[in-house]
Ligand binder design. Sequence first.
Ligand SMILES: [Zn+2]
Length: 116
Amino acid sequence: MEILFRKISSNEIHFDTKFEEIRFLGIVKRESKDLVLCKGDLKGNVSHTCDRCGDDFELVIDEKIELFASDGSYEKENSLDIIEFYDGILDLNMIMHSELEALKSDYNYCKKCNTK
Ligand SMILES: [Zn+2]
């Protein structure tokens, strides 16, 4: 799902997007001239390989997402979590994928290994 930056105002816009077994839903709204707040829940299952035993298992995702998106490059003043977009379009699927990749890059263990 894609939203044009110039269409995002201080009124919340609801989004609801899906990729395979993952659902990402929430709101976007303009926070300042250059920043858009994106807040939502990432939920579902994704197949993952256990980082201990190598077995495939379904990783359960249930994450609160809160980040900022900027229309063009943005000078970071502090530790804000900002994703920059360059074509005037806020791409929620891209945010979903980058959050998923971050979650998958953590150590995740299957049920068998988790109980040890
Ligand atoms: Zn395992």
